[in-house]
Ligand binder design. Structure first.
Ligand code: NAI
Length: 346
């Protein structure tokens, strides 16, 4: 196989960008099929880009034997059944985060991955592929900050996209599952441990529309990890200045900070507002390169017959933690995780 032939499901906000990456920016991939329940989206992409196959029914796409891989960028509640169906039909699968919107769904996806272990499965935690986060991980592995003991993470969508966020709230799974889940995955990755206990809080401080979904427009959580390390999270929907993603990893001998000012470029503007820098306005802009690189990794894994760094278990763990954080926020209680008991007699 020289090129991996890909079918994509979902051509919305995120799907159209990833379809473009597969079609035009990943040399060893070919976008052969597109699927959305919205017929016009399918027709438009097929006509504009000359894509041979278009479907409004997901299962019909899975019957196409010319395809090698399925990329899932549909709404979060669709992920797990689509993952299971695609793996069982013999395809390699990439799925957007979060893995699922319930633990039962995540376990279904886990079992499908386990019974199709000759297939590549990758979950879209793209921040791990962002060059700055990848560099931070490399520095930590080289020991340059000593032992990492604390991750402090901020992720805030811009106020300018608030209408979309409110529309999306019914299917997003809530702020912890939709947004903090990226930070939870990063904290697990940097601290090399799992969450032992957590407490979360938050509220609707500016946009009460989120309340009907049991969601907040700003939430925060404090977590304690099994290896004794810590993490602090703040996620929100209303940054006035742009898309603010900032991560700090504090070690015993130094600190790494990524994205303190979400600057759009290197230009400093000195004018009657003071001295300032313009900021990026959305995830598409900030993580453009990471989205391409994660899909490139998925395709390379298929061609080189190896497994990616982000597994289905990372998806389950981060979903479990995001769920516990949501429950803690809603019910004002401390959550603790039981360590999984090994089945062996060791
Ligand atoms: P969207 O609502 O803009 O688009 C959803 C697309 O899926 C539409 O084309 C819709 O017609 C299609 N669709 C819905 N149900 C379907 C079904 N049963 N079969 C086939 N097609 C179906 O959603 P958006 O914002 O593009 O999000 C999609 C996923 O991507 C979500 O899970 C979201 O969490 C994730 N996402 C991840 C980001 C990241 O930073 N990694 C950023 C944005 C979204």
């Amino acid at each position: 196989m020289n090129k991996v032939k890909v079918g994509i499901v979902g051509l919305g906000r995120q799907g159209i960008d990833q379809a473009r990456n597969i079609a035009f920016r990943i040399p060893n991939a070919e976008l052969m099929a597109v699927n959305s329940i919205i017929k016009e989206e399918v027709q438009e992409v097929q006509q504009n880009w000359g894509i041979p196959y278009g479907y409004t029914d997901y299962n019909e796409m899975l019957a196409n034997e010319e395809l090698d891989a399925i990329v899932i960028i549909s709404p979060s509640p669709e992920h797990c059944w689509q993952i299971e169906a695609a793996l069982d039909a013999g395809f390699h699968v990439f799925s957007e985060k979060p893995l699922g919107v319930s633990m039962e769904e995540c376990k279904i996806a886990e079992r499908a991955v386990e019974r199709n272990e000759d297939k590549v499965f990758m979950l879209g935690f793209m921040r791990r592929y962002d060059p700055s986060y990848a560099y931070a991980k490399q520095r930590i592995q080289e020991g340059s900050i000593g032992k990492p003991i604390l991750v402090r993470a901020t992720s805030i969508d811009p106020e300018s996209t608030i209408e979309g966020a409110i529309r999306f709230a019914a299917t997003s799974g809530g702020l912890f599952l939709d947004m903090t889940v990226h930070d939870i995955d990063l904290a697990r990755w940097f601290l090399e441990s799992d969450v032992k206990s957590l407490y979360a809080t938050g509220g609707c401080y500016l946009h009460e529309e989120f309340e009907q979904y049991g969601d907040g427009d700003n939430v925060a959580a404090l977590m304690h990890f099994e290896n004794g390390t810590m993490a602090m999270f703040h996620s929100g929907r209303n940054a006035p200045h742009g898309y603010h993603v900032e991560t700090e990893i504090v070690g015993t001998h130094g600190t790494l900070r990524i994205g303190s000012v979400p600057q759009e470029n290197q230009v400093m503007i000195f004018d009657n507002h003071g001295a300032r820098q313009e900021c990026v306005n959305g995830f598409q802009e900030r993580f453009e390169e990471a989205y391409r690189l994660e899909l490139q990794e998925f395709i390379d894994c298929i061609l080189e017959e190896r497994k990616p760094d982000v597994s289905v278990y990372d998806g389950t763990k981060s979903t479990e933690v995001a769920y516990a954080a949501t429950e803690s926020f809603r019910e004002n209680k401390l959550m603790t995780f039981k360590k999984e008991v090994s089945q062996s007699n060791e």
